[in-house]
Structures are given as C-alpha cells and as structure tokens.
Design a protein around this ligand. Structure first.
Ligand SMILES: Nc1nc2c(ncn2[C@@H]2O[C@H](COP(=O)(O)OP(=O)(O)O)[C@@H](O)[C@H]2O)c(=O)[nH]1
Ligand SMILES: [Mg+2]
Length: 283
C-alpha cells in the first residue's frame, strides 16, 4: 500500500497517496541543499575539439554519472585528450555524418535516467547543468537552454544567426503553438525515457529544432532555463548559416505532416510529490 500524506487546501485537510521514495543511499548530493535519485549522462558531440575539451570538462560537475563523447572522425587528438582528461569517459565513434547523427548515436549509448547535451567548443558551460537537472526533477520532461530568456545571453551570435534563429523560432511558435524564446541552441536536457518520442533521424544542425518540435507535438512538458552562450574558444564553427538555415526550415515544414507519437507510460520514478501536488491543483 502506498504511504499517505496530509496537506491543507482552503483550510481543509487533503489526503494524498505518495509513491514510495527511493532509498536514501540512491540519492546523489548536488549541493548542500539538493540531492537527486536519477542518474545523469552528459553527451558531448565533438569534431576536432582537442584544444577546447580541457575547458569544457573542467566545468562538468563531479556528480554526473557518465560522460559520452561522440567523436565525429576527428583528425586531431580529440579522443586521446578526452581519455586523458577523464579515463572513465565513454567514447562513441560516429558512423554517419553531422551533429544530428552524432547526438543520436550518443543518446542511444547513454545509461543514465537524464540526458544532457552540451557542445565541446567551450561555448556552453557545464556549471549550468544543475539548472537543467533541477527543472527535470521538479517535473519537466524536456528542458531547453535559452539564450533569450531573462538571465541568458550569447557572446557568439552573429547578426545573421540572430536573425535566422528569430525568424525560424517565430515560425515554430506559430505552426506548433509553442512559446519558445530560442530554437537552434545546443544545450538541452531530457529524461532518457523520452528518446522514443524524439526518435532522432536527422543528420545535421537541424537536430535541436527537430527535438524541440517533436517534444511539443508529443505533449511533453517543456521548460526553458536561461543559458549564457560564450564564444567558441579555439577553431571555427562548422555551421553554415544559409545551408543549415535551409535544413532547419525544411525540418519545420516537414514535421507538420509527421504523425504525433504516443507518449510513453509515466514511470514509477516520477517525482513522489507529484500526486499530492496534482491533487491540490484539482481540489
Ligand atoms: N561528432 C560530431 N560533432 C559535431 C559535428 N558537427 C559539429 N559537431 C560538434 O557540435 C558542437 C557544435 O558545433 P559548432 O561547429 O560549434 O556549431 P555552432 O555551435 O552552431 O557554431 C561542437 O561540439 C562540434 O564539435 C559532427 O559532424 N560530428
Ligand atoms: Mg559552437
């Protein structure tokens, strides 16, 4: 039998059943104030990022369960540097081409309950991972980093990228009824159980748009957290504004015709307080 809890609503006591909490030793402390029971995998797509990886890995929290580096056939020392920095790192060798293909391979290899995707060029700060994870354990299904949300920003967005992102984001919001403040940003996190719904089947930089649209169409609870994008530290971006903007546009249009996937069952590890909260809301 599930344990019960009493809360008050409008002065009247309410009885709610709670799912049993996981054992205390299954919780990992993230801060002196917060401990979580799900495990967190971090997926890092990397193509010729050897010089940037030391900066990126230095920002990753010690409490992540695993780091999965997806190597895009790098011709520099990306894999060797990564292994030297984190001997227990998992390396996935990408078979196809492009960031979308890399992320799909990395996600499939993850063993954690939560998956965080982060770039390997030093533009995304691993110290923000806690904001994504906190939002997920508080009830979100999918969490988008946003450079346009209050508290976010970018040192890296050129005029053409800002314009393209803005036009494409408005299209997505109009067609899919979302209220996204950002669209083409590579810092996102989600529960691994939603991988089937996301069902990634794209090659390139349209991958974030595809994920954002499929999450919305499937009715996932999407939260945004502010994120600050810094400039890539070494090397040059692989993104080409016109080529990749066109791919994003085609994705936005094509996804309209795709049938809505059925969301998976609510798992037992849903936050235990949810039922009580839902009960209050419905009272
Ligand atoms: N494995 C892999 N990673 C890629 C590929 N293309 C880009 N990336 C990585 O994806 C991240 C973002 O790419 P980047 O070139 O910085 O694009 P931008 O951030 O949009 O300017 C970086 O960590 C890249 O190394 C690819 O084809 N394969
Ligand atoms: Mg970049």
């Amino acid at each position: 039998m599930s344990p019960e809890t009493t809360t008050k609503y409008n002065g009247k006591p309410q009885l709610h059943s709670l799912r049993p909490l996981p054992a205390v030793d299954r919780f990992t402390p993230l801060t002196p104030h917060l401990a979580i029971s799900p495990t967190v995998s971090v997926v890092v797509p990397a193509m010729n990022e050897a010089e940037n990886l030391p900066h990126v890995f230095a920002t990753l929290p010690h409490w992540v369960h695993e780091i999965v580096l997806v190597d895009g056939n790098s011709v520099d020392d990306t894999v060797a540097v990564a292994r030297r920095l984190r001997p227990n790192l998992r390396v996935v060798q990408q078979r196809g081409r492009g960031k979308g293909d890399a992320l799909a391979s990395g996600f499939a290899a993850c063993t954690g309950d939560i998956i965080v995707m982060i770039d390997a060029d030093g533009s995304t700060d691993g110290r923000e991972i806690i904001h994504f994870v906190s939002s997920l354990v508080a009830g979100a299904d999918f969490v988008k980093g946003s450079r346009y949300a209050s508290g976010g920003g970018s040192d890296d967005l050129t005029f053409s990228r800002r314009l393209g992102n803005s036009v494409l984001r408005s299209m997505v919001n109009w067609i899919y009824g979302t209220q996204y403040t950002d669209l083409c940003y590579g810092y996102n996190a989600f529960w691994a159980r939603h991988l089937d719904v996301l069902d990634l089947d794209c090659e390139g930089f349209e991958v974030e748009t595809l994920m954002n649209i499929r999450a919305a169409k499937a009715g996932l609870k999407v939260h945004e957290v502010p994120s600050h994008e810094r400039c890539r530290i070494h090397g040059e971006s692989n993104l080409r504004v016109v080529r990749d903007g066109w791919r994003v546009l085609k994705t936005i249009i094509r996804e309209r015709r795709r049938p809505v996937p059925a969301a998976g069952p609510v798992p037992a590890q849903q936050p235990a307080a949810d039922e009580a909260a839902a009960g209050q809301g419905a009272a």
